[in-house]
Design a protein around this ligand. Structure first.
Ligand SMILES: Nc1nc2c(ncn2[C@@H]2O[C@H](COP(=O)(O)OP(=O)(O)OP(=O)(O)O)[C@@H](O)[C@H]2O)c(=O)[nH]1
Ligand SMILES: [Mg+2]
Length: 501
């Protein structure tokens, strides 16, 4: 299966050589399985060959792909590439190997050559010292242009020419170590370590990727578990308000759709829709995450200067574990939609890597499901409290309870002495650190009839409890840090009665 195509540009004639092979170590394979594995390749890696002219790059490539070697020197014209499928750790990987002449200096070609490369074989000729010296320049060029995660193997070629070796193995090896490169010596002529050079490079790229992915996942899981706003809910816990199923997720981006707008749905008396950016919102400079926003609709029908306060969640269905990844909007806090802010959401809801990873179950086949829950906070109910400052009452039904060392009180309640109003004895109880809903935020004071003689009684009373503002009175009597509290209880005697039931 071989196709040849001549591609010419204004400067260069590029030969596009596409061949497909299946390699399994020490195994010859049938053509049908070669084709099947090419189609089944789970990964695609671009590899590049670099190094001075005549070091043997093209022969290494032709030895690896076609088991061919050419004695006469034909410097490569333009750029060639060859594809080959390898099995690494049981995974089919398609390697596309690019070859260009060591003479190539044109920037246009160099940029395209390096762009997107996952790995490189940096080749020198062990019989020509200058080609080894120049590997420094090639390396600098590589580091200027290529991805920092690129895997590079330093290759000392022509190891068959023992008598005129100018670069000793140890010298090549120690340079490789210093520069964090893999190292191998090869002979394209004798086919020594040629396959190893390519296969090890692909294997190293693949394993590095797996490790990086594991690190990233561990990082993401840690970040997610640290965030209180992300949780996993059970499958029965379907999104309360809206489910958006996308049948062919990849087609969305292939069709160049930057944003997909859902149907309008109703929640808590308002109309909403979801905006899903399958490859991230370009406006927000995102390209490796899915962005999702909740948008309030039909706002023209709302009153002037409308405001809608909501708690909302976006959910992503996990088809494998049948549960939902739930992410709370506004970091779990209330978000305020109003005329000038009609959408809230996540510029980075989930990384595309996590989302498309089959093991996570979010993308099943090519379909996925998002959900939305929107809880509107009821409008402000005008239930105000009014605090009025009063002078200490001087009526005869007023009882004054002074707590001398209020600030040193602990949690325990404090009880006043009994005092009598009408026929009933009363008692005040004070919780310095608050009681029940007022715990740690308020001071709680209770009034109760005391010693009424029977359990079956009802008392009707009108009363006011006041705390003396000791500053206003101009008599702030704090004793050092110990603050005194003065409580007045003013009871309207008329309405106090005891009813036996
Ligand atoms: N003895 C020996 N000669 C080799 C070996 N590999 C390549 N050569 C010879 O070295 C010369 C250059 O080989 P190429 O593969 O064309 O070199 P290249 O690096 O592709 O050169 P450019 O395309 O100009 O960059 C040819 O004459 C090859 O026969 C090898 O392993 N041993
Ligand atoms: Mg060449």
């Amino acid at each position: 299966m071989q196709t040849k195509k001549q591609i010419t540009s204004s400067h260069y004639a590029s030969q596009n050589l596409l061949t497909s092979f299946q390699i399994k170590a020490n195994m010859s394979t049938s053509r049908r399985s070669e084709e099947r594995n090419n189609n089944d390749a789970h990964h695609f890696f671009k590899l590049i060959l670099i190094g001075d002219s005549a070091v043997g790059k093209s022969n290494l490539l032709s030895r690896f792909c076609h088991n061919k070697f050419t004695l006469e020197f034909n410097s490569t014209v333009g750029v060639e590439f060859t594809t080959k499928t390898l099995i690494i750790d049981g995974t089919p990987i398609m390697a596309q190997i690019w070859d260009a002449s060591g003479h190539t200096k044109a920037r246009a070609i160099t940029d395209a050559y390096y762009r997107g490369a996952h790995g490189a074989l940096l080749v020198y000729d062990v019989t020509r010292h200058i080609t080894f010296v120049n590997t420094q320049k090639w390396l600098a060029d590589l580091r200027n242009h290529a991805d920092p995660n690129m895997v590079v193997t330093l290759v000392g070629n022509k190891s068959d020419v023992r008598q005129s070796v100018m670069v000793l193995t140890e010298v090549g090896k120690s340079f490789a170590e210093k520069e964090s490169l893999y190292f191998v010596e090869t002979s394209a002529l004798r086919a020594t370590h040629v396959e190893k050079a390519f296969v090890d490079l692909v294997a190293n790229i693949y394993r590095n990727q797996i490790n990086r992915k594991k690190d990233m996942e561990a990082h993401e899981t840690m970040a997610l578990s640290r965030s209180k706003c992300v949780s996993i809910s059970s499958g029965n816990n379907e999104p309360a308000h809206y489910k958006l199923k996308i049948e062919s997720f990849s087609l969305l981006s292939e069709a160049g759709i930057e944003v997909y707008e859902s149907d309008v749905f109703e929640a808590s008396g308002y109309k909403w829709k979801l905006e899903v950016y399958p490859n991230g919102s370009k406006e927000e400079y995102v390209n490796d995450h899915i962005s999702v926003y909740l948008v309030i609709c039909d706002t023209k029908n709302l009153e002037k200067e409308w405001e809608v306060h909501v708690y909302f969640k976006i959910l992503i269905y996990d088809h494998i574990r049948h549960n939902y990844l739930t992410i709370q909007g506004g970091d779990g806090k209330r978000t305020r939609f109003h005329e000038k802010k009609t959408r809230w959401g996540f510029r980075k809801l989930i990384s595309l890597e996590s989302f498309t990873d089959a093991e996570n179950g979010y993308l099943f086949g090519d379909s996925c499901e998002f959900g939305a829950e929107v809880f509107v906070v009821p409008k402000y109910t005008q239930r105000d409290q009014c605090l009025s400052m009063m002078k200490p009452p001087v009526t005869m039904n007023t009882h004054v309870w002074t707590i001398p060392k209020f600030s040193v009180l602990k949690d325990e309640p404090l009880y006043s002495e009994d005092f009598k109003v009408g026929k009933v004895k009363w008692k005040l109880s004070l919780y310095p650190k608050g009681f029940k809903t007022g715990k740690n935020t308020n001071l709680s004071i209770f009034l109760r009839p005391h010693d009424v003689g029977s359990d079956e009684w009802k008392v009707y009373a009108k009363f006011k409890i006041r705390v003396k503002n000791q500053n206003v009175a101009g008599a702030h009597k704090s004793e050092g840090a110990v603050i005194k509290l003065v409580v007045y209880i003013c009871m309207h005697f008329r309405s106090v009665k005891v009813v036996k039931t």
